[in-house]
Design a binder for this molecule. Structure first.
Ligand SMILES: C[S@@+](CC[C@H](N)C(=O)[O-])C[C@H]1O[C@@H](n2cnc3c(N)ncnc32)[C@H](O)[C@@H]1O
Length: 306
């Protein structure tokens, strides 16, 4: 299936922690905002309804189309600009398109949308059969191609680091030996045959997560965003990240702590020697605040530029 056919697939995604995002980012008329991960446009719709001007990014052409359709009136009114690009490019794109502009609110709601898992043709699902793809951006090399260019020790390390798979070596051997895979279901069944037991989830869950993170360079993207996005904030502007697993949340937590000067040298009275340019605003857990099952593992963290 090519990218044009994919654009006709239905798109559904319920935004997580919507009320918390709106409360903590406090959108107001005329404020300048960035949504790094438009998805189905749920968070963006709420921010735009509050009167902000928004630059929206997504690396997935399908999400760009779904969000643009939903938010068409804001596009027509010039309140929304949409960029089909990964968020690691967001700072550059914004500096080029709007030099010198600083932003009052920036949101990144990480990972994949429900659409990616629901639509087998996207190649993320192990419940239903689809191509061995897992790419969010159709311009990137699919999983099938990546598997042809990886060695066993590297794949083992990826499955261990990104998926916490205790039987990583056996899983890696099975994946490489069985190539080419006819589809995601055959791949998932083969993985489940050698992966360690899981509680209540499909035995391929950990490996599929690892493969997805690898194919989309999700942690590399996150590291660039954490380094560059804070510098785009105006004084008093806030940056919010929603993450869905500990690999992401740990990075966000550490980057925010460093920006806020946590652990930085202090004088005899405990005052920081260098005044931090950011402050930690809040952190919230999805399971405490949102009945949406997708929110169960969600972690929201927010910082503010001083
Ligand atoms: C959890 S969904 C966002 C849902 C959105 N907040 C909403 O309300 O519908 C994550 C979205 O981020 C996109 N995405 C993931 N990583 C990205 C990246 N590095 N750059 C740009 N978009 C990315 C995915 O394609 C997906 O559409």
């Amino acid at each position: 299936m090519n990218e044009t056919d994919l654009l006709d697939l239905p798109f559904h995604h319920e935004p997580v922690l919507l009320a918390d995002v709106v409360e903590l980012l406090a959108p107001r008329p005329g404020a300048r905002f960035v949504d790094c991960t438009l998805g189905g446009g749920g968070h963006a719709a709420a921010l735009l309804a509050a009167g902000v001007e928004l630059d929206g990014f997504d690396r997935d052409a399908y999400a760009i189309r779904a969000a643009s359709t939903r938010l068409q009136p804001y596009l027509d009114a010039g309140a929304l600009r949409v960029h089909h690009a990964p968020f690691a490019d967001a700072a550059r794109v914004l500096r080029e398109s709007a030099p010198g502009v600083l932003y009052d609110g920036i949101l990144a709601d990480l990972g994949i949308s429900s659409h990616h898992v629901d639509q087998a043709a996207r190649g993320f699902s192990f419940q239903s059969d689809g191509p061995v793809s897992m790419v969010m951006d159709g311009r990137d090399a699919p999983l099938s191609e990546r598997l042809d260019n990886v060695d066993e020790p590297t794949l083992t390390r990826l499955l261990r680091e990104y998926g916490d798979e205790p039987n990583a070596r056996r899983v890696a051997q099975t994946i490489l030996f069985g190539r080419p895979w006819s589809g995601t279901r055959a791949l998932a069944e083969a993985i489940a045959g050698v992966a360690a037991k899981t509680r209540g989830t499909h035995k391929a869950t950990r490996s599929f997560q690892a493969l997805r993170i690898w194919v989309n360079d999700e942690l590399g993207q996150l590291d660039v965003a954490l380094a560059e996005l804070p510098e785009l904030l105006a004084p008093g502007g806030r940056l919010a990240f929603i993450s869905f697993h500990s690999l992401e949340d740990r990075r966000v937590k550490q980057a925010f702590a460093a920006l806020a000067g946590v652990g930085a040298p202090t004088d005899l009275y405990g005052h920081p020697l260098v005044k931090p340019r950011f402050r930690l605003v809040d952190r919230r857990k999805g399971e405490d605040r949102d009945p949406n099952p997708r929110a169960r593992s969600a972690r929201l963290r927010v910082i503010e530029r001083c």
